[in-house]
Design a protein around this ligand. Structure first.
Ligand SMILES: [Zn+2]
Length: 382
């Protein structure tokens, strides 16, 4: 199977039009909030940590609004988050991006995986998956990820290029819910991101999910070294199974959107909360299947609420008090192990001081992951 030119597509998409005239350093970091609510003390820690790491590396820092799960997004929260960041002196080096506007590039990645037999349509409901797991005697974890039992998985990797499975997500052009039966052999333009209709995710679109085929064995066994947590590993096949790339309601799954965007934006270093650490193996697996570079990872300790759970919008974390941004930043800095700011110091000076202190907290990563465009094998198609 000819290798798909997604990496080159992504690098082209990342080079267009958003430059600020700054020299492009090798380091690119990002903060990627979901606009399901405003920033609170916990999310400011991730924002500040990623900003400081980028500054300490003399790199660029991006902000990406992760609004693919549109029903959970709060209208206006995106702009308010950007305002909160700006008040705290955390201004991205490029205009922010919105995942809800990037469906075409996710579609290109999904097309690639489908065309290579690495993804397939799944019509299972959550209760069907639970029943299949129970029947097979596999453990059911009430609050954990359901390990997909493989009900819809083809026996062997089966390339799919039919529009019904692939993407007919514009309103009025959906399939009948039986994607496998509609094979008409039409060729999908793999590797292009020109289909504007795929940017629209209609609620009535596909009635099937699309899952990544995770073969047991070496491919599924993912190891990486986190800058705080140290060596990590996961057998994705055993722990997660074939995971969802596009949901049955037509919305893009977090894993696919994050991996595609990090590559498209040339992100070399990911600094985020430890609650996302268990997504990392899935994301690395997906990067490899798409021929994309793997960034460096630093998962920061979480700020815990009084009940010991992660501080979140769900357990009542209050939005940041923007009347006193330095106080909010000071609390975040303390959570990151940084020293107290000198009394009366300006926001600029305080951030500069923490940038200098950051290098002693978190040793610099000297071995930079290569930029996407040069670290992936050249595609024979391009
Ligand atoms: Zn299924």
């Amino acid at each position: 199977m000819a290798e798909f030119g997604l990496a080159s597509e992504l690098s082209r998409s990342s080079s267009g039009g958003t430059g600020t005239g700054r020299p492009r350093g090798p380091y690119v970091g990002r903060f990627a909030p979901s606009p399901t609510g405003l920033l609170h003390a916990g999310s400011l820690v991730a924002a500040l940590g990623s900003w400081l790491d980028a500054r300490a590396h003399a790199g660029r820092w991006l902000v990406r609004i992760e609004d693919v799960d549109t029903p959970r997004c709060q209208p206006g929260a995106d702009l308010e988050i950007l305002r909160q960041l700006a008040v705290c002196g955390l201004v991205p080096d490029e205009p922010p991006s919105w995942q809800s506007q990037r469906g075409a590039i996710y579609a290109a990645a999904l097309d690639d995986l489908l065309a290579r037999g690495l993804a397939y349509a799944c019509t299972c409901t959550r209760s069907q998956i639970a029943a299949a797991l129970a029947a097979s005697g596999r453990p059911y974890r009430p609050h954990g990820e359901l390990v997909y039992p493989g009900t819809c998985r083809p026996a062997t990797p089966t390339p799919i290029t039919t529009p019904a499975v692939h993407l007919s997500t514009a309103p009025g052009v959906t399939g009948d819910g039986h994607p496998m039966s509609g094979a008409v052999g039409s060729t999908v333009a793999v590797g292009t991101v020109t289909d504007a209709s795929t940017q629209v995710v209609a609620p009535s679109a596909p009635r099937h999910a699309v899952r990544l085929r995770v073969e047991p064995g070496a491919v599924s066994h993912i190891g990486w070294t986190d800058r705080r947590l140290g060596p990590q590993q996961q057998d994705v096949s055993a722990d997660v199974g074939d995971f969802v790339l596009r949901r049955a309601d037509g919305l893009w799954a977090y894993q696919l959107a994050v991996v595609v965007d990090d590559a498209a934006q040339g992100v070399t270093h990911i600094v985020r909360g430890a609650d996302l650490a268990d997504n990392t193996a899935r994301q690395i697996l997906l990067q490899r299947q798409l021929g994309l570079a793997t960034p460096s990872y630093l998962h920061l300790a979480l700020v815990l609420a009084a009940d010991g759970h992660k501080l979140s919008k769900q357990n009542g974390a209050t939005p940041l008090d923007l009347a006193d941004p330095l106080a909010a930043l000071q609390a975040a800095a303390r959570a990151l192990g940084l020293p107290n700011a000198a009394p009366g110091a300006s926001l600029t000076d305080v951030l500069a001081g923490w940038t200098a202190a950051w290098t002693t907290c978190w040793p610099m990563v000297t071995k930079m992951p290569g930029p996407v465009a040069t670290s992936t094998p050249a595609s024979p198609d391009t």
